[in-house]
Design a protein around this ligand. Structure first.
Ligand SMILES: [Zn+2]
Length: 79
């Protein structure tokens, strides 16, 4: 089962990949399993989704959104 047991760092990476629609079925499954047990990453997923939505809505602030996203990934990776 260790194959499905991913770290928060991997999970946040998969979440950003998922937002860019670059995630495979297996990654999707492992991410789902991790989100089932980790509230931190669930919160990160919500925030990322919100940021992506905002970026799509405004179109112009995409660079800033990337920076914000990386900041969030960085802060979670340090935990
Ligand atoms: Zn996690």
């Amino acid at each position: 089962m260790s194959l499905l047991n991913i770290s928060c760092k991997q999970a946040t990476y998969l979440i950003s990949k998922k937002e860019q629609r670059k995630i495979g079925l297996f990654d999707r499954l492992t991410l789902r399993l991790h989100l089932g047990i980790c509230s931190l990453c669930r919160r990160f997923e919500k925030q990322t989704g919100f940021i992506i939505k905002q970026a799509k809505h405004t179109h112009t602030e995409e660079k800033l959104s990337e920076e914000v996203k990386e900041k969030i990934v960085g802060s979670i990776s340090k935990l």
